[in-house]
Design a protein around this ligand. Structure first.
Ligand SMILES: Nc1ncnc2c1ncn2[C@@H]1O[C@H](COP(=O)(O)OP(=O)(O)OP(=O)(O)O)[C@@H](O)[C@H]1O
Length: 334
């Protein structure tokens, strides 16, 4: 069953007095039980998609889409209260900087126990409810792999290591037993061992709680260890989408290929100390967006036609937007 369905999401924001499309027809689907990776280099608009889903965009920004639904309900036309209810119960978000996302003036115990919804709390009297909240909090922290739960809860976020804070954020996200977890670059800046622990925690949650996960990252190695499907974003445009192995083995879009080539562990034939293959140039700023396919000026396969925006084409479950795809013949046949 499709949980989140976003088709041709466009986000216009004002920059230096002119409206620019920070997202230009971005599309994404999240199905029940899957882990979908949303990838793209820094500034490609991944966090904007997360904010658009969670309804956290400034009201003056113009959001349009052919479709933007949660379990078939239109997210764009629902009231703020309806939207908040979905974000409180069904969709939880974990952000990239756990220390900044937590309240610096409250202990982790205060923050976690207060976020537990009333309907999960047992007991009639306040001391019974207090005990119940504490039991739930300890159990949640155990589930995310925090061993010394007393110690963790007695401290403030800035007093604890970043991996404990990130696990704590995941526990906070699980408090309402959501159906979907959106993790916005949750392992950014973490060292390898800590990153592995967080990633295996996501995998376990996906398996044991059937939690659907939208994993936002530019870390392809992390993604390859867990993603079922993958959506590739470049400069606000969705360029490719499909089952992870299919996209990895035969990327149709030159940007996806360049992204894969830039990760050494994705290039088994790469000789030690040889240069990594990378696209020239950098992602354009919002004030200097190219027309048509936004990869155009950096693309090794670009031709005149690329000044027209390519339409989305699909082969099996694999979608791409490119006039000159790789691995396909002139008629777009594999
Ligand atoms: N509040 C804002 N005001 C103006 N422009 C913004 C704002 N937030 C994001 N942008 C711009 O939108 C574009 C996409 O930003 P976004 O943060 O979604 O990228 P990202 O892919 O999540 O990058 P990263 O991986 O570094 O987090 C960037 O050009 C960014 O400068």
């Amino acid at each position: 069953m499709i949980l989140l369905d976003i088709k041709n999401l466009t986000l216009e924001i004002e920059s230096n007095g002119v409206l620019v499309k920070a997202l230009d027809k971005a599309s994404l689907i999240l199905e029940e039980g899957e882990i979908r990776a949303l990838v793209g280099e820094s500034g490609s608009g991944k966090s904007l998609i997360v904010k658009a889903i969670s309804g956290a965009l400034p009201p003056q920004w113009i959001v349009t889409a052919d479709r933007m639904t949660w379990r078939g309900q239109n997210l764009l036309t629902m009231t703020r209260a309806e939207r908040r209810k979905i974000m409180r119960r069904d969709i939880a978000v974990v952000f990239q900087d756990p220390v900044a996302a937590l309240d610096p003036s409250a202990t982790l115990q205060e923050q976690l126990t207060e976020s537990i919804p009333e309907e999960f709390v047992a007991g009639t009297w306040f001391w019974q409810k207090r005990r119940s909240r504490l039991d739930i909090a300890h159990s949640l922290l155990h589930k995310v792999g925090i061993k010394d739960t007393e110690y963790c809860m007695a401290h403030y976020a800035h007093e604890l290591p970043v991996d404990i804070c990130q696990k704590f954020m995941i526990a906070m996200a699980l408090v309402s037993q959501p159906t979907v977890l959106i993790a916005d670059d949750p392992t950014r800046g973490m060292e390898t061992n800590t990153k592995r622990q967080i990633l295996s925690l996501f995998k376990n949650l996906n398996k044991t709680r059937d939690l659907s996960i939208l994993f936002v990252s530019h870390d392809l190695v992390a993604i390859s260890s867990m993603a079922d499907t993958m959506t590739v974003l470049y400069c606000g445009q969705t360029v490719e989408d499909g089952p992870f192995q299919s996209v990895r083995k035969k990327p149709f879009h030159p940007y996806t290929k360049a992204l894969m080539d830039s990760a050494p562990s994705f290039s088994p034939d790469l000789q030690p100390k040889s240069a990594l293959i990378a696209l020239g140039g950098t992602i354009p700023t919002l004030q200097h967006l190219p027309i048509g396919c936004r990869l155009g000026p950096r693309c090794p396969r670009a031709q005149k036609k690329c000044v027209e925006t390519p339409v989305s084409r699909k082969i099996n479950q694999h979608t791409y937007r490119c006039h000159f795809p790789m691995h396909l013949d002139d008629k777009g046949i594999l």
